[in-house]
Design a protein around this ligand. Structure first.
Ligand SMILES: [Zn+2]
Length: 332
């Protein structure tokens, strides 16, 4: 919570600075005198609480959407947005590529949980286009000094934090899936595999199971909590028979790492970003995170692809939770 309080103070400081600046521009329609001390124009974070299952919360201007759930899973979707408000100028550095159809995919997954088992994950969506906010970077690179983008960033993480706290209270532990999509590799090759990011680099994964289990620390992974509370080795949890990637493969969706593809071996691969680190590697919380980088063809491209995958994903996640959390999602 301290992080958010400090962030909010930072917002206030920036608010006063940038308002003074914009006030001096003739094209800004600001009628306040520069020497008047202004109240912050943002509501306090959490002002739209309580958060109730089956309700929808939109944040300021609908830049961020929060759907409270009722199982120990959060889907965060940072790169699928398409809103481009004028009050937020385009970011001037960093990546700006949209992960196409990832919001649609996340909604489809939530709907499949509901249609099959009458349950829903928690879902937090950044609706801003990545040119305006990158919700999988630290706050400085994410919002690049714009107070409205910073507010959306703060809401995005506030909602995730609320969901995480509720999940820990109700289930003791849980898992965040940070949902992304990868395009063609720089050499034009379209990798059909879903890349699962646990914060282990491609070079680290290219080592033997013995190396992973004896040299790497579980502190370096986004499954710290799961591994700390388990007798399973790191290598078996990320690429053994019961690993998430291997379950993907059994359901007909290729994945890396898995028993079929234990390591990148020089291929392009993303090991997990800011959100995976923030929610998976913080030892103060009994929580875990995995970055999911989905391919486009046959998985994200059409509504029938998304629906078919979503139905499989519900069963994949159920199997994963039975394996590693001893939680039966379908009878909570
Ligand atoms: Zn992404």
């Amino acid at each position: 919570m301290r992080y958010f309080k400090l962030s909010f103070l930072f917002v206030l400081v920036l608010l006063s600075c940038s308002k003074d600046k914009s006030n001096s521009k003739s094209d800004q329609n600001v009628d306040l005198e520069p020497d008047i001390i202004r109240e912050p124009e943002f509501e306090s974070l959490g002002n739209d609480a309580p958060y109730i299952y089956s309700q929808t919360y939109q944040g300021r201007n609908g830049y961020v959407t929060y759907y409270p759930g009722n199982i120990p899973i959060i889907l965060s979707i940072p790169h699928g947005g398409d809103i481009t408000p004028e009050e937020i100028p385009n970011r001037t550095y960093g990546t700006t590529v949209t992960d196409s159809n990832t919001i649609e995919l996340g909604i489809s997954i939530s709907n499949s949980f509901f249609s099959q088992y009458d349950i829903r994950p928690y879902v937090v969506i950044n609706n801003l286009k990545r040119t305006k906010l990158d919700a999988n970077r630290d706050r400085v690179e994410a919002a690049q000094g714009n107070i409205y983008a910073e507010r959306a960033f703060d809401e995005f993480h506030y909602y995730i934090g609320v969901a995480r706290d509720e999940i820990i209270q109700n289930f003791n532990t849980g898992l965040l899936f940070d949902i992304h999509g990868h395009g063609a590799n720089p050499d034009g090759y379209v990798d059909p595999r879903t890349w699962l990011g646990y914060l282990l680099s491609a070079d680290e994964l290219d080592n033997s199971d013995e190396y992973l289990d004896q040299i790497l620390s579980i502190n370096e992974t986004s499954l710290y909590s799961l591994l700390y509370n388990s007798n399973e080795s790191l290598s078996s949890v990320i690429r053994g028979q019961n690993s998430l990637g291997s379950i993907f493969e059994r359901y007909g969706y290729e994945a890396l790492p898995s028993d079929m593809s234990p390591s990148p071996e020089g291929m392009r691969y993303f090991s997990g970003g800011f959100n995976t680190y923030l929610y998976g590697a913080d030892n103060n919380y009994s929580f875990n995170a995995i970055q999911l980088e989905f391919p486009y063809p046959g998985l994200r491209d059409t509504s029938s692809s998304r629906n078919a995958f979503s139905l499989a994903f519900v069963d994949i996640v159920q199997e994963y939770f039975l394996n590693y959390f001893n939680i039966d999602l379908f009878s909570l």
